[in-house]
Design a protein around this ligand. Structure first.
Ligand SMILES: Cc1ncc(COP(=O)(O)O)c(C=O)c1O
Length: 382
C-alpha cells in the first residue's frame, strides 16, 4: 500500500532525485501494531530514526510519545504538539546545558549510565525520574552498540541508590539489544538482569517500577525477521518469567516504526565495468542518506521500475569522490543488464536512519530531501 501511494506521488509530482518519500499513514499503522503487542506499555518513538514533523504528528495521533536525544529533538516534538510528559530523554551522553534545556521545557524522564551524568541530572533536573541503562549483549544485531552505552549490570543498583540519595526519582532500568535485532530472545537476558537489579535495589530501600526495553525490533530488508506479534510474545513471556508483578514498560522503537513507510527514489549516474565487475553509481550514497551501508550492515532492497529482462551482478556505489562511498561490494546484488545512466532505481523500506544521517553537503551534495505524505497527499510542512 505504502509503496503504491509513494509511487503514485512520485509519478504525479516528479520531485527530482534523490529523495525520500514517507507515507505517514504507514507510520501510524506501525505504532498501533506495536502498541497492540504491548497494551500496558508506553511507546516512545526514537526520533533519531526520522524526525520529520509529519512523522512525529503521525506517531502522536497513533498514541505514541518520543525518545529524544538532544534539545533540537525536544523542540521538534513539542512543536509537533507533544506534551512534555510524552517525552523521555534517552541519550546518556548529554551536556549540563542539554539537561537544563530539557528540564526547562518540562521533560521529566531521563536515562543515565554514569555517575558524572547523574550528578548533572541532580544539578539541572532536580527530582527528575531516572532510569539506569545497563549494557546487554545482542550479538545478532545488524548495528550493535558495542560498549558505548550502558553501565555494567553490577553497577546499576549503586547508581540508582545514588540517584535516590541525590533527590532524584530512581525509576528503573533501561537497555537496548542493538538495532535491527532479528532474535526475539535477545531481550530475555536484559529483562532477567533488570529483575535482579529491582530485587537488589529493594534490599537497599529503593523501590523500582520501570523497565525500558528500548528499540531494536527488526524489519524485513532482504531477510525475513519475526513479526511484531512474535517479538511481543517472547518479550511478554520473559517479563512474566522474571517479574512477579508486571513493571511499567516503555519501548523505544525507531526503525520498526518508520523504515517500512519510506522509499528512496534515486537515479543511476554511471554504469561502468572495471576488472570484470559492473559498477552502478547512484545519486545517493553513504553521505546523503545511506549511512547504514557502512560495513554493508543494512542490505536494502532495490527495484528498477522501468527495466525488466536479464539481470547480472553489480557493485553498488554512491556519487561522491570518496573511496568509502561504496554501498555493496561483498553482498551479492543483481540488477538488469540493460540498466543505463538516467534510469530510476527505488530503495525500499528506507524510511529509518537515512535522511536523518545525511551529511549537510559533503562534496557539495545536499542532504537527502524528504517528502511526507499524509492521507496520500503531500504534507504542507515548510
Ligand atoms: C536509546 C535508544 N532507544 C531507541 C533506539 C531506537 O532503536 P531502533 O531504531 O533499533 O528501534 C535507539 C537507537 O539508536 C536508541 O539509542
Amino acid at each position: 500500500m505504502s509503496v503504491e501511494r509513494i509511487r503514485r506521488f512520485l509519478s504525479e509530482a516528479d520531485p527530482g532525485t534523490p529523495c525520500l518519500v514517507v507515507d505517514t499513514d504507514t507510520v501510524a499503522t506501525r505504532v498501533r501494531e506495536l502498541r497492540d503487542e504491548f497494551p500496558h506499555a508506553r511507546l516512545r518513538y526514537a526520533v533519531k530514526a526520522n524526525p520529520e514533523p509529519a512523522v512525529l504528528r503521525a506517531v502522536l495521533a497513533a498514541g505514541g510519545g518520543f525518545d529524544v536525544a538532544s534539545p533540537a529533538e525536544i523542540a521538534a516534538c513539542l512543536d509537533a504538539g507533544a506534551s512534555p510528559a510524552a517525552l523521555s530523554y534517552g541519550n546518556t551522553i548529554k551536556k549540563p546545558a542539554d539537561i537544563a534545556f530539557a528540564w526547562s521545557r518540562g521533560v521529566r524522564d531521563f536515562t543515565t549510565d554514569a555517575p558524572g551524568d547523574l550528578a548533572h541530572l541532580a544539578a539541572h533536573a532536580p527530582g527528575a525520574s531516572v532510569s539506569v541503562r545497563i549494557l546487554v549483549d545482542g550479538p545478532a544485531s545488524a548495528t550493535p552498540f558495542g560498549q558505548k552505552f550502558g553501565c555494567e549490570p553490577a553497577q546499576a543498583a549503586a547508581l540508582l541508590a545514588e540517584a535516590d540519595r541525590l533527590g532524584l526519582d530512581a525509576a528503573g532500568i533501561a537497555f537496548h539489544v542493538g538495532s535491527q535485532q532479528p532474535d526475539p530472545g535477545a531481550w530475555e537476558p536484559g529483562i532477567a538482569a533488570a529483575a535482579k537489579i529491582f530485587a537488589e535495589c529493594a534490599t537497599r530501600g529503593v523501590s523500582l517500577r520501570r523497565l525500558n526495553i528500548g528499540g531494536g525490533f527488526g524489519i524485513t530488508y532482504r531477510s525475513a525477521v519475526p513479526s511484531p506479534a512474535e517479538y511481543g510474545r517472547e518479550i511478554r513471556a520473559a517479563v512474566r518469567a522474571h517479574f512477579p508483578d508486571e513493571p511499567e514498560i516503555l519501548l523505544e522503537p525507531g526503525r520498526a516504526v518508520v523504515a517500512g513507510a519510506g522509499l528512496i527514489r534515486t537515479e543511476v549516474v554511471l554504469v561502468s565495468t572495471r576488472f570484470g565487475r559492473r559498477w552502478v553509481y547512484l545519486d545517493v550514497g553513504r553521505y546523503n542518506g545511506l549511512a547504514e551501508t557502512e560495513n554493508e550492515a543494512i542490505p536494502y532492497r532495490f527495484e528498477v521500475p522501468d527495466r525488466d529482462g536479464a539481470r547480472g551482478p553489480v557493485v553498488l556505489a554512491g556519487p561522491t569522490c570518496d573511496g568509502d562511498d561504496v554501498l555493496y561490494q561483498r553482498t551479492p546484488y543483481e540488477l538488469p543488464l540493460s540498466l543505463r545512466a538516467g534510469d530510476r532505481v527505488d530503495i525500499l523500506d528506507a524510511g529509518a536512519y537515512t535522511a536523518s544521517y545525511s551529511s549537510v553537503a559533503f562534496n557539495g551534495i545536499p542532504p537527502l530531501r524528504t517528502h511526507c505524505l499524509e492521507g496520500g497527499r503531500l504534507a504542507d510542512d515548510p
